[in-house]
Design a protein around this ligand. Sequence first.
Ligand SMILES: Cc1cc2nc3c(=O)[nH]c(=O)nc-3n(C[C@H](O)[C@H](O)[C@H](O)COP(=O)(O)O)c2cc1C
Length: 339
Amino acid sequence: MTGSTTLPAVEVDLATVLAGVPFPNPVFTASGCAAAGRELGQFFDVEELGAVVTKSILLAPRAGRPTPRMAETPSGMLNSIGLQGPGIDAFLDRDLPWLAGRGARAVVSIAGTRVEDYAQLAARLRGQPGLALLEVNISCPNVEDRGAVFACDPAAAAAVVAAVRRTAPPGVPVFVKLSPDVTDIVDVARACVEAGADGLSMVNTLLGMAIDTTTMRPVLAGVTGGLSGPAIRPVALRCVWQVHAALPCVPILGMGGIRTGLDALEFLLAGASAVSVGTAIFGDPNAPLRVLAELRGALAERGISRVTDIVGRAHRPPLPADPGGPEPPGATDPDTEAT
Ligand SMILES: Cc1cc2nc3c(=O)[nH]c(=O)nc-3n(C[C@H](O)[C@H](O)[C@H](O)COP(=O)(O)O)c2cc1C
């Protein structure tokens, strides 16, 4: 006898709900990082994921930006793919039926350069099989407003949401994907919710660039690109935290640099009800399933039997079992933002 006791393993209920839609678990892919899921099909059964979030689809096929359009950066990567894709017709013919045929839940991401593009895309999704949620990617230039990115202006973001709301398939919640490249993400979040968004996806990539010191020119042909991966995780987490604090009833799909189950747990604790894994897939196609297994283990270790119990937990005071524990950072100190 060693005297050590083995605690019974905690069964963890991973089921989560986003705007009334049930998902068997809270780990999804991130838009643009696994096309429409087919590529992942050779590694695992995509229906094992909470959902597959498809690459943002436009009305017409698009070739994307010139190459090079990917660059490695410390703890992250830059991409300027430029929404390459087959267009909505091919997507509805080929991709969505493939996901539905496998019993996978599809979160379909739409994008456009005019408010009307979004309305038309949402209308095309009416009556489509396997559609769990609509994710509206508003990190696109608005050609009707000198290329200003919709996501960076609360009024422009709200206009897109209102247009999608009018035409979206009945019963399919509309999530809006926010950009972290704004002064106050809560302003944009609030404008989207007031315009009819059922939930928020956070965050898209941050605008960045890299310069090749040999050629002395920008690395990406498009000069700037979206920064993703672990480098952006603290920023993404801060966005989820701030929006959940301001709008606690609005469901959040969190993302940005999630590579492990503990990373995912951080987002849930900050207020996300589910998470997307993006850049990690490029290095390890099994990453979403691994993150799910690690999350299950992390919850079991902490004696948490339902994933929904820990959504937003970091906003609440320390557990009673730890009465002498420190106040949560930011709970009382108004100067936490000072550097
Ligand atoms: C190569 C690449 C393509 C992406 N394409 C899209 C896209 O089509 N639509 C979208 O909303 N987000 C797109 N994203 C952003 C991701 O969905 C995600 O929000 C972001 O990369 C942060 O998560 P991550 O660090 O886990 O990748 C893309 C990201 C990458 C790296």
